[in-house]
Each structure stands twice: as structure tokens, then as C-alpha cells.
Design a binder for this molecule. Sequence first.
Ligand SMILES: Cc1cc2nc3c(=O)[nH]c(=O)nc-3n(C[C@H](O)[C@H](O)[C@H](O)COP(=O)(O)OP(=O)(O)OC[C@H]3O[C@@H](n4cnc5c(N)ncnc54)[C@H](O)[C@@H]3O)c2cc1C
Length: 414
Amino acid sequence: MDLKSGSLLWVDTVTKENSYPRVTEDITCDVVVVGGGVSGAIISRELVRAGIDTVVVDKRKIGHGSTSANTGLLQFSNDKTLTSCIETYGEHNGLRYYQLCLAGIDKVEALAQECKIDPDFIKRDSLYFATSEQDLSLLQKEYKTLKKYGFKVDYMNRNDVEQSFSFSKPGAIYAKGDAEVNPFKLTVGLIEASANEGLRVFENTEVVDHSEREGEVTLLVKGDYTIRTKFVVYATGYEAQQMKRNQNAVLETSFAMATEPVTHFPGWKDRCLIWETARPYLYARTTADNRIIIGGLDEPYIKKDQRERHLQSKRDQLLQSLLSLFPDLEGVNVDYYWGAVFGSTHDGFPIIGPQPEFPRSFFALNYGGNGTMYCTIAAEMIRDFIVKGGHPDAPIFSNFRLPKKSNKINNGNA
Ligand SMILES: Cc1cc2nc3c(=O)[nH]c(=O)nc-3n(C[C@H](O)[C@H](O)[C@H](O)COP(=O)(O)OP(=O)(O)OC[C@H]3O[C@@H](n4cnc5c(N)ncnc54)[C@H](O)[C@@H]3O)c2cc1C
């Protein structure tokens, strides 16, 4: 699958990438992580830390899948609101999901400190604004739900928004505790840190076959070498859909652009992360080297050549959207713009854990706008599946989760 097109900002931020060999002989290990994107990097870090003999293989170079297109916003709020998660999956599961995402931000902060290369992790607040007056009542309901469960949020009315930003919106939730990161640097940094602690890493090595018997999995990689292992973790991103189509998965196309570095950010309170209630939504952030990234304009899944034909018009639309929020940026140049396959799920939750057809395999389908947070959830869960045989949060992220029977919940209306 061609995962991305255009010019990618993050790849240019690493001047000298490490290289790892391809597999050139048969290998034996305890766990193989297939995929060296941000999912594989965070999961393998957890496994190495648990003392497990782990191998990572990737058919590309490390981090050159969707991770290089990921815009690096780290938020506890998800594409699906907390109110809606609770309505679908009940108070315990909906709330736990949000709490795990919030905890994931601290985990990424700790992981960033383990990298020799600085992944530019910076704590940021988030502005979630109502795109239109019609969205206000749902926004206010979400604010009350978040507040009720202790998340650090403030409500902004139109006047508050106008006081802090160069644009006007009918209302917004201002959340504390989010962050931004360079996901590519995080990935190469974590793989490097783990490799220094015994992780065996192989690039340009495609897994082409999988067979399980007698408590062992044998993977066949291109070149006809085998990897014998006790467990496999599939952290293969959106390409997992080529191996086994999941009915809950939705593949689309998303677009983003990054400006040249700018000298100041007028009308942008604390350089917070910005997103909105519209679906699909636009989002924006700044970077450690003072660029602005804006992304969105999602479309149904399209093939590479069609995606490439759309790149320039999407760049122009994104720039116009940026200027409508921040008119003082008039004249700013765009240095990078890209389009990429983007995956989510129909019900809004990632899919993590075993699947019956592959009893010794675990899937980390960290699909959704908060994919990096889901990696932290997957890492801990999969480690415990391997070490202890299960994890208490497994039902929330299982491929076979069931919606709550009764939708009646008390959102508190606090
Ligand atoms: C435009 C865009 C913006 C995004 N913005 C955000 C954001 O702001 N915040 C956020 O949290 N998330 C965001 N995401 C989501 C996030 O990018 C993804 O969830 C995450 O980066 C995917 O990482 P991954 O490691 O699962 O997949 P990938 O990075 O694609 O890694 C999977 C790896 O598996 C390898 N592979 C696949 N099949 C095989 C095989 N058979 N053998 C060997 N190797 C194989 C691939 O080569 C690839 O390197 C965004 C996504 C996109 C596309």
C-alpha cells in the first residue's frame, strides 16, 4: 500500500538516520514485532524493558510508514467525545478509555526522555472550538461530561475566544494536559534506545507468511528466511487491512501542510493545539522550530496517483483555512505538504489484542486521530498478554467488544 505522498516535514528533521540490516539468516526469538513505526517502537520498548528477547522487522526503513505523516498532536480527547464513548460503551469503559489516553501523554513524555535524539515533546493546551452555532449544545454537554469526571477543562464563550485568539467562534473547550511531539524522531529515538539494550532490528525485511503450530509461530520473510518465535505482534499500521480486513476499520485520505518557520504567533494563545467540532475536522499546531502545521480535509480512500493530483489544491485550501484563523500570517510560505492514508474505526476505539485465528499473535491497530496515545495503551496490554496471559482493559479494545445495551446514562448535567 502506498501510505503517503508529497514532501514530509519530519523526515527532514533527522539529518542522519540509523541503518539496520535486513534479515539474512534464520532467526529465533521470544517475540517478533512486525512494523517499526511509532506503534512498533513503543511496543518493542515496553517488551525490551520487560526483559523479553524481541525482534523488530519492517519492510521499509524505521519510521517511514504512516508515522512519517503523523502530525504529532497528543491529546486525551478523541475523535469520539467522552459523552459519546460513555453512551456507546458505558461509563466504565468510556471513562477508562479517556483516562488511558490522558495517562498516555505522560508515558510519551517519559519515553521522549529515553531517546538520544530529542523528539521535541512539548506540553500544550488544546482549544476545541464549536465550528457552528448548531454544535454549541453538544460542545457544552461534552464540557460538562469532561468536568464531571475531573479532566482539566475550561469553557470559553465567544467573548473569551475573541480575547485570546485572532478569530471568533461561538464557544470552545480549553483543555490542559495535552502535548505535541515529532513522531518520527520519537520512533527512531526509541528504536535506537531499545537496540542499545538488546532489541534486534531489521529493516527492508517483509513478512510474507505466518504459520502457527505446537506453541510456536514461524514467519517467512522475503528472501526465504524464517523467524521462529513464541509470539508475534502485528504493528503493521493501515497495511494490516491487506492481511486481514477488519469490518470496523475505515481507511480514508488525509492532508496536511507545514509553513516555513515564523517569527511570532499573533492571536494564538500559548501556541495551543487547535481543533474543532466539525467532522472531518481541521486541526493546527506549531512545531519546535516555529512552523505551523495544519491538517484535515479528509476524503474517502483514494489511490496514490489520485491523492497526488489533489495535493496542491489541498495545500491551497489548508493555507486559506489557516489564514482565515490567523490573518496576520498573510504572505507566509508553505515549505511542506503531504497526503496520506488515514485509518479510524467505525466505533471510535482502536483494536488491540489477540484474534482467534491467530492465537499466538497480537494486533495493535492503533487507528484514529489519537494513534500515538493508543500505542501506549497497546504496549502495556500486549506486554501483559505475553507475560501474564491477559490484561483487565482487554475487553474495551477487543475486536469483539459490544456496545452497551442501554443508552441511558446520567451525564450529570453538572
Ligand atoms: C496525516 C496523518 C496525521 C495524523 N496525525 C496524528 C496526530 O496528530 N496524532 C496522533 O496521535 N496520530 C496521528 N495520526 C495517526 C498516526 O499516524 C498513526 O496512528 C500512527 O503513526 C501509525 O503508526 P503505526 O506504527 O501503527 O503505523 P506505521 O507507521 O505505518 O508503521 C507500520 C509499519 O509496518 C510495516 N509493515 C507493514 N506490513 C509489513 C510486513 N508484512 N512486513 C514487515 N513490515 C511491515 C510498514 O512498513 C510500516 O513501517 C495521523 C495519521 C495521518 C496519516
